[in-house]
Design a protein around this ligand. Structure first.
Ligand SMILES: Nc1ncnc2c1ncn2[C@@H]1O[C@H](COP(=O)(O)OP(=O)(O)O)[C@@H](O)[C@H]1O
Ligand SMILES: [Mg+2]
Length: 506
């Protein structure tokens, strides 16, 4: 079989002030393949694809599309050459319909004249590629997954045959991700070139034909998926070995730290957000909470940390009633919160690393006088112990990378010796190196006897870290499972409110 090279990027270099985002990168993408662009955060993936779509001009290097040298001056030129990109943040006009959004992206004549034809074309594209959307629906009514499908159809509608998706599964449920990759496969089978930017190894192994690995702004290699392993890819991605350890589970489960009995709470709209939630977390265990975002996770976290009042039920910490206690009382009882919004709720962006650590410590000192020097020494110890990388501990934390921020936040919380850590999407947005570091910090804490409530959308993470798994759906517990007795698919179904047929009750 002949696979013509459709995209050839040759020695692409692009530097921003102080950052070598891309240096001499080479990549060739063929017709009819799904090509993964794999790399840690900051590896240069988005920059490279922004060059391919005409958003950035490279400092040097050449681009060939179908063997013709191109010199894009704007995204329009790239579109004209048949290139389309689905960005991480969608670019749809919310008050308009699906059809209106789709034709906005094409240069064709008046919408009203061709309404019927347009709808027909959208229908046939959506059937051909398995992209279910209603052309007449308004975009604001659509789920995130549906909006993504609109973005894809928009690109297909204008006849593009090179399709780029930037971290497309970050916003999808497992089932939606599966459907997306089925669609991408159909597109590749139809002869299109599909480039998927990702930092998830599993996606590469599941769905790609070939993969190009970027590290530190350089291309490491392009490989056939069938001829490589995740260990090899991970090694190329980070430059050293990564262990995908499977022997994580030792049950060290001890006394019950916190117990929720029939808890109800309202959401921010004043509607029932939690409906009779009963759960408990023991010392030395990780309770994983799986669910599509918005099914009660936030309310649950806020109830468990004392931030949100309950309307029914009982909260017991160490067998003492905390149902109406203040957030300070929860903190005093050893409940620690690693929030989703690291720079909003967790850390103070303009304060230094040292001050952010001290912030939590000085509360524990008596009186108003802060003894700064020992706190500073302690902060330095924490930073070293947890391998938080910062140029100087006196620089504002907003300058740190996401991975280091999260390590700092965890380090600070762990250093207060908590009994329960509530970790909310703890590795969201982190690259594989930082992800591994954060997960091993959590596991270490668990082994040391801390209870952990882990909120996550990543089912691989939930399955590999949790001792027990709770699935939340519409504010209720859909199921409780042991990781060894369930699968990703079954959890994915439960997350959408579907009871799995074969499994019955765990
Ligand atoms: N517009 C920009 N201005 C300055 N630096 C940038 C810009 N875009 C990206 N960078 C930097 O270039 C590097 C590569 O970023 P990016 O291409 O977004 O990586 P990836 O998509 O692999 O996470 C990073 O260090 C990033 O901070
Ligand atoms: Mg990116």
């Amino acid at each position: 079989m002949i696979h013509p090279v459709i995209v050839k990027m040759n020695k692409i270099t692009k530097h921003f002030p102080g950052v070598a985002a891309n240096t001499d990168i080479n990549i060739e993408v063929q017709a009819g393949e799904i090509h993964a662009l794999l790399g840690e955060n900051g590896a240069g993936k988005s920059t490279l694809m922004s060059i391919l779509t005409g958003l950035y001009k490279p400092d040097s290097g050449e681009i060939f599309i179908k063997e013709k040298k191109v010199n894009f001056k704007s995204p329009k030129d790239a579109i004209f050459a048949g290139i389309g990109m689905v960005h991480q943040h969608f670019r749809l006009v919310r008050p308009l319909t699906v059809a209106e959004n789709i034709i906005l992206g094409s240069q064709s004549t008046s919408f009203w004249l061709n309404k019927k034809k347009i709808n027909e074309k959208i229908k046939s594209l959506s059937e051909q590629y398995g992209l279910a959307v209603d052309p007449q629906a308004k975009v604001w009514q659509l789920s995130v997954g549906e909006q993504q499908r609109v973005e894809i159809i928009k690109i297909l509608y204008r006849g593009s045959d090179i399709l780029i998706l930037d971290e497309p599964t970050a916003v999808l449920t497992p089932q939606e991700s599966k459907d997306l990759f089925a669609t991408l496969r159909r597109m590749a089978d139809a002869g299109k070139s599909v480039i998927v930017i990702t930092h998830k190894m599993q996606e590469v192994m599941d769905a790609a034909d070939r993969v190009t690995v970027l590290r530190g702004g350089k291309s490491v290699a392009t490989l056939e998926k069938a001829k490589t392993t995740r260990e090899k890819l991970a090694h190329m991605m980070v430059g050293h070995d990564i262990s995908f350890n499977k022997n994580r589970r030792f049950s060290v489960s001890g006394n019950t730290i916190i117990k929720l009995e029939n808890i109800r709470a309202l959401n921010d709209k004043g509607l029932p957000g939690l409906k009779d939630i009963t759960l408990h977390i023991n010392a030395g265990e990780i309770l994983g909470v799986a669910g599509v975002a918005g099914n009660g996770q936030r309310e649950l976290v806020e109830v468990i940390t004392g931030l949100r009042p309950t309307t029914h039920g009982k909260i017991l910490i160490n067998d003492k009633d905390f149902t109406a206690a203040s957030p300070e009382k929860f903190i005093e009882a050893g409940i620690s919160h690693v929030p989703e919004d690291r720079l909003g709720m967790g850390l103070v962006p303009n304060l230094s690393t040292v001050d952010n650590i001290i912030l939590k410590q000085y509360r524990r000192q008596e009186g108003w006088l802060i003894n700064y020097k020992p706190l500073r020494t302690k902060a330095k110890e924490i930073i070293e112990q947890f391998d938080v990388r910062t140029t100087t501990i006196d620089a504002p934390v907003k300058l740190m990378s996401g991975g280091n921020l999260q390590k700092l936040l965890l380090a600070r919380e762990i250093s207060t010796d908590p009994r329960l850590i509530v970790a909310v999407y703890p590795v969201r947005g982190l690259d594989i190196g930082a992800t591994e570091a954060v997960r091993s910090l959590l596991l270490k804490q668990k082994m040391a006897g801390t209870g952990i409530l882990l909120i996550s959308e990543d089912l691989d993470e939930i399955l590999s870290l949790s001792d027990r798994i709770l699935v939340l759906f519409e504010g209720k517990t859909m199921a409780e499972k042991l990781p060894e007795n369930t699968t990703k698919e079954s959890l994915g179904l439960l997350m959408t409110g579907t009871q799995s047929l074969q499994e019955g009750i765990a």
